[in-house]
Design a binder for this molecule. Structure first.
Ligand SMILES: Cc1ncc(COP(=O)(O)O)c(C=O)c1O
Length: 460
């Protein structure tokens, strides 16, 4: 999708905020702007249309475009815009809606029969073939028979929590903190879960060995790259060591590589690549890199687990959406997917860098933060006395949305001073402003020693 029109919108908005373009002022013509920005007239028209939708400008037939009269309120609207570090969906501006719409339309034609019937419970074979090819780019070499298409990776996780494993063990080991969807699943199924601290340096491998040896672990659930919520990634050496220990103690690993496609480091391997024995179950989601509404993910299981997994899957939903599968297959086949990944890789890397630059510049010295190279999430570690809950509450009053990571821990590991920031749905030009506000909030709570019931602006 063309993002040039966004840049043009930002320039015009900037001119309105700075007062360069006042109420009632006429904007330069479409032709002038297309020359100035070296783009097509259509791009300018699109930017104008979007600005009209936002009620920033209006058109006068046969005359041109003008800045709306309420420039003061326009200005404060922009200043008070929602800054959303909370939403975990993908960046809307980076989504290939139009391209994907073509694929969906084609899929309705091509897979009519599958829409009138229940389809393969393991997922379309033709899609699995495409995925096998695609996964090779991630150093995941496998065969279609080991792939199961699932209705989002959350479904696969939930099934893995509930189903029996060949090692006959029943307990689950989780990094602390971890993706809260798995904690929920473990609790709903009344499974016993153990935790192991994940830090900037990885996990304590001696501790991991101790837990593997003594606690009847069925599987270790890990998010090796761009961890949710921490943002950390393991080194290849750490991944190798974890796989070796799993092999030694007959423990399975559920490797949730939900953002692996965004990794800017071409040398970073998935754990799956180090697995000689089929103990690593690899999972990929299409929610963050494509659309969560598709409800598509893929799980790669060892041969001996496929039939049990499919039985559990069949009892959950028969099969995953035929329309989504068909469209994704077409999207992969015609090369659109690779082009899209290339584009979003740059975008998320840039946004994450902006977020870190802002953290570096504005957060107080007693506040630290993780430094992911890309992905969605960065964690801010607040000074001990400040609770994330307080910050969420305060920032909400400033129209800034952030997440408290407390629920991402098992109860006995809980820490209450971590804020999760998701960069995906924050507009680039608001990232710095958002972090500045977060920093101001920390300072205020500090100064007031826990008196946090007033909004930061009223305290200033
Ligand atoms: C780490 C991780 N794994 C899995 C999921 C589930 O994704 P989905 O079921 O949409 O594929 C999420 C969703 O946020 C996630 O953050």
């Amino acid at each position: 999708m063309d993002t040039k029109y966004n840049q043009i919108m930002d320039v015009i908005k900037g001119q309105v905020i700075s007062g360069q373009l006042g109420a009632g002022n006429k904007l330069p013509s479409i032709r002038q702007l297309s020359e100035r920005f070296s783009c097509s007239k259509n791009t300018i028209i699109r930017a104008f249309n979007e600005l009209e939708k936002e009620h920033l400008i209006y058109s006068v037939p046969k005359s041109g475009y003008y800045v709306v009269n309420e420039s003061q309120s326009t200005k404060s609207d922009i200043m008070n815009k929602k800054i959303d570090f909370l939403s975990a969906g993908p960046d809307k501006e980076a989504m290939p809606y139009l391209d994907f719409q073509h694929c969906l339309n084609q899929a309705i034609d091509m897979y009519k029969d599958e829409l009138f019937n229940y389809s393969d419970q393991q997922g379309f074979y033709s899609l699995r073939l495409q995925l096998v090819k695609h996964l090779q780019d991630l150093q995941v070499f496998t065969v279609p028979e080991r792939l199961s298409i699932v209705s989002g990776s959350q479904q696969a996780l939930n099934l893995l929590v509930s189903m029996p494993f060949p090692n006959g063990k029943d307990n689950i080991l989780l990094e602390q903190p971890t993706y809260f969807g798995l904690i929920d699943s473990v609790q709903l199924h009344n499974k016993t879960a153990f935790g192991i601290d994940r830090t900037r340096d990885g996990i304590d491998l001696n501790r991991l060995e101790f837990i593997f040896r003594n606690n009847q672990i069925k599987f270790f659930y890990t998010v090796p790259r761009f961890h949710n919520p921490l943002g950390y990634s393991y080194t290849n050496e750490q991944k190798k060591r974890i796989v070796e220990l799993a092999q030694k103690y007959d423990v399975y690993i559920v490797e949730d590589d939900y953002l692996g496609s965004l990794d800017p480091n071409p040398k970073s391997d998935p754990m799956f690549a180090y697995d000689p024995s089929g103990r690593v179950i690899y999972m990929k989601s299409f929610s963050k890199i494509m659309l969560p509404g598709l409800r598509l993910g893929v799980a790669i299981l060892p041969h001996l687990m496929v039939s049990t997994f499919l039985r559990y899957k069949f009892s959950a939903d028969f099969n995953s959406s035929a329309l989504s599968q068909g469209a994704l297959e077409i999207y992969l086949k015609n090369g659109m997917f690779n082009a899209h990944i290339k584009k979003i890789k740059e975008r998320y890397q840039r946004k994450m860098q902006l977020l870190q630059d802002a953290c570096e510049r504005y957060l107080p010295s007693d506040t630290s933060y993780s430094k992911p190279t890309s992905g969605f999430y960065l964690t801010v570690f607040l000074p001990e006395l400040i609770k994330a809950k307080q910050m969420v509450h305060l920032l909400l009053q400033e129209n800034i949305f952030v997440d408290d990571s407390t629920r991402m821990f098992l109860p006995e590991y809980r820490k209450e001073n971590m804020l999760r920031l998701s960069v995906s749905q924050v507009e680039e030009n608001l990232i710095t402003q958002g972090v500045e506000q977060i920093a101001r909030c920390i300072t205020l709570i500090h100064e007031k020693k826990g008196v946090y019931f007033q909004s930061p602006s009223s305290l200033i």
